[in-house]
Ligand binder design. Structure first.
Ligand code: GAP
Length: 446
């Protein structure tokens, strides 16, 4: 049993980074070539965690609502999109170069310059004047090298929601107010990717744009802020590590009239995981202007033609996964001086729901039968190698909420031992009741 010493919350990101690599949650992309800065791969456990999170978001934001429609748009869209959106002109960070070490830093984050080798032996930096550096990643389409073929990898997923707004509204027969949501990859040529996946160059966003009559602006902003905070709390994150922070006027993005960040307390400080933005009619009016199409709609109440205002919720999938992992990570001191690392993930989000562990390889056949049965319902694991204590520890580290041990008595009494990850309590359970027993526990908070 766990000793009375309190669990240790994650203090050093290195401990999580190493667990994630060791257990295959997340590791550097192109590892065999030394990695590539700002790009990460999700391994077998990571992809399950991420998919569970995305499915939860889709369920809450799209499926459980009558007023939000789904979309999956292309990553590359017409380059005019990014002129209209203001990204070509405004989406940049001020950066400086160190003349001595040739490294580049964000001018607003010069704390990073501690990594500058020119600092050694001297506290003086020889920086260039700040210059604006556009964060959009470019590519070329077709065989032509001419400027006309330049395109951008989307810097936010929502722009296609605005350009597809009219069609989606018509096909879904929606009236104001309503929203369009999508999950997908976004790309930013971040100057200093850092803090593991927190600031990456390729990442996933789950965005929802809610179109409303200008008179509904305050009400819908408040509604979505509430909804989104409820969502984060429901993920099982410690509420003491969550807060909202309104943006100051001078930090608002070029499209935003009002913004509130949802922040999580990472080991490296309070940082944004989601933004709720009042984008006004910026996007629809600009796309209307650049495309020459009328994007106004008839308001069902007043019958007047209006250009809807947009309330946006934009959450980083990778940042939320990182918050879940940081929050779940703990090291517990056990009796006898032993310790264990455990990921206390919400069972509904955990990559593996259960592990079937026969006490001996001789019990493989019946244990595998149980495993096959569970596999029809969930992502489960089978492990018959090595000492049972070590097998439990491996599952603790993977965040698997339940282990089912098939032992020699199981043959006679038709029961297995179910061991719960957090309290490490064990009970005997009839094999035929395992599916129902697990379902009750996995769906408790889903
Ligand atoms: N459409 C609005 C928008 O893109 P944002 O605040 O720039 O707003 C929204 O980004 C969310 O996307 C952030 O809260 C964050 O979770 C995630 N995000 C942004 N840049 C990121 C990066 N470089 N790496 C990982 N996630 C990022």
């Amino acid at each position: 049993m766990a000793s009375p010493t309190p669990d240790t919350r994650l203090e050093r990101m290195d401990d999580l980074v190493s667990l994630c690599a060791r257990r295959g949650f997340i590791f550097a992309s192109s590892e065999i070539y030394g990695g590539i800065n700002g790009f990460w791969d999700y391994g077998p456990l990571g992809v399950e965690l991420k998919n569970n999170l995305k499915a939860r978001w889709w369920q809450r934001v799209v499926r459980e609502r009558d007023d939000v429609e789904g979309l999956d748009s292309s990553i590359i869209c017409h380059p005019r999109t990014w002129e209209a959106s203001g990204h070509v002109e405004h989406f940049s960070d001020p950066m400086v170069d160190c003349r001595a070490c040739k490294k580049r830093f964000r001018a607003d984050q010069l704390g990073d310059a501690g990594k500058c080798s020119a600092r050694e032996g001297s506290s003086e930096h020889d920086f260039t004047e700040p210059r604006n550096f556009n964060l959009m990643l470019q590519t070329r389409i077709g065989a032509s090298e001419e400027a006309a073929s330049v395109a951008y990898l989307r810097a936010e997923t929502c722009q296609s929601i605005f350009t597809d707004f009219k069609r989606v509204r018509e096909v879904a027969r929606q009236k104001l107010p309503f929203g369009i949501a999508q999950i997908g990859k976004a790309f930013r040529n971040e100057i200093n990717p850092r803090n593991f996946t927190f600031r990456s160059r390729e990442f996933e966003q789950a965005e929802m744009e809610f179109f409303c009559h200008p008179s509904g602006r305050e009400q819908w902003f408040a509604h979505w802020l509430d909804e989104r905070m409820r969502f984060h709390k429901e993920l099982g994150v410690d509420e003491a590590n969550l807060r909202t922070r309104p943006h100051e006027q001078d930090e608002l993005a070029h499209y935003a009239n009002q913004a509130v960040d949802v922040e999580y307390r990472f080991p490296f400080g309070w940082q944004e995981i989601e933004g709720i933005h009042d984008r006004g009619d910026w996007d629809l009016s600009r796309h209307g202007e650049y495309s020459g199409k009328d994007l106004a709609v008839t308001d069902p109440d007043s019958k007047e033609r209006v250009l809807p205002l947009v309330i946006e919720t934009s959450v980083g999938v990778d940042r939320t996964c990182l918050a879940l992992l940081c929050d779940a990570y703990c090291v517990e001191e056990l009796e006898g001086g032993d310790s264990r690392t455990v990921l206390r993930l919400d069972p509904a989000l955990a990559p593996l729901k259960a592990a079937v562990l026969p006490l001996s390889k001789k019990l493989a056949d019946p244990a595998r039968r149980l495993y096959r049965e569970l596999q029809r319902h969930w992502n489960v694991f089978y492990d018959d190698a090595g000492n049972i204590g070590r097998r439990y520890r491996r599952q603790d580290e993977a965040g698997t909420p339940f282990c089912l041990t098939y032992d020699f008595e199981s043959e006679d009494d038709g029961q297995v031992t179910a061991r719960e990850r957090d309290a490490m309590t064990q009970i005997r359970l009839p094999i035929e009741g395992v599916v129902v027993w697990l379902r009750e526990r996995l769906e408790a908070r889903a």
